[in-house]
Design a protein around this ligand. Sequence first.
Ligand code: UDP
Ligand code: MG
Length: 325
Amino acid sequence: MKKNVRHTIIIPVYNEEAVINETYRRLTRVMESTGEPYELLFVNDGSRDRTAELIEGFAESDGCVKLLDFSRNFGHQIAITAGMDYARGEAIVIIDADLQDPPELIPLMIDKWKEGYEVVYAQRSKRKGETLFKKWTAAMFYRTLRALTEVNIPLDTGDFRLIDRKVCDAMRSVREKNRFVRGLVSWVGFRSTAIEYVREERFAGETKYPLKKMLRFSLDGITSFSHKPLKLATYLGFVISFASFIYLVVSVAQRLFNIGVVAGWSPLVACLLLLDGVVLIILGILGEYVGRIYDETKNRPLYILRNKQEVEEAKPEIEVICGVL
Ligand code: UDP
Ligand code: MG
């Protein structure tokens, strides 16, 4: 079985006991229909429910099921990265466990891959069953990211995509800590195409992306691929200095000609507070980048596995040559 795996499906899971049976059933049905050898690589991201136990149950009767078991919750993007480290297929598909990404699209992705595309991403034409807030914040996020970053990250795509072995190996060679997988895929390049789909409602259970995680995720996306927020300080500095200069000239003129002189402190205090706010925001932005530099220098492993002995890491077949000019 070792060398034979043609397709690997990576499924990050975090507290998904409510859906995992159905996910396994639908993925197996779809993958069997391809008639080619495959593996379902579940990455358990420190679930506190029975998710891991259920997956072990599938693995007992089905040799196509593999489980990577994290020692704690390391996050969705790290779970995908671990999946890539251990995937043995020639084509690798990343899919969410909650069936919002329909597994039935996988054969279409495989067809595109066989046509010669190295990245086939699924683009959401519609999102069902998500709150207006989530849809709106997601739309804003993708557009801001596009405006701020130099890498061409396609709009409205999640991590549901197929990547070729070459792309997987190239991404594995990039070991930055605050990972934003969909940005990295665009960054490594290769020939890509899209297929459109309607994003379904979650089959069961609740979203594992509360607002706090969503914010962290967006910050990772922007700071990993753009320095533009750092330049904000310079632009704002210029605008504010110019405005204060005009204000100064006007105040001096008012004093000299004794017209409309405003008594009291309020405008002054308001201006000072405004400036303080701006300075704090800029310090915050600097802090975000400095924190990330600190994470990189600590050079900790991205994740820790509970069951390291049972699963074998994939060795890159093609050496990816990363040159620095
Ligand atoms: N997930 C994970 N670790 C986390 C959060 C989420 O592995 O810390 C998995 C989760 O089990 C699911 C996928 O990532 O398979 C996407 O999560 P979810 O569906 O909750 O996000 P949403 O679709 O609401 O953005
Ligand atoms: Mg979901």
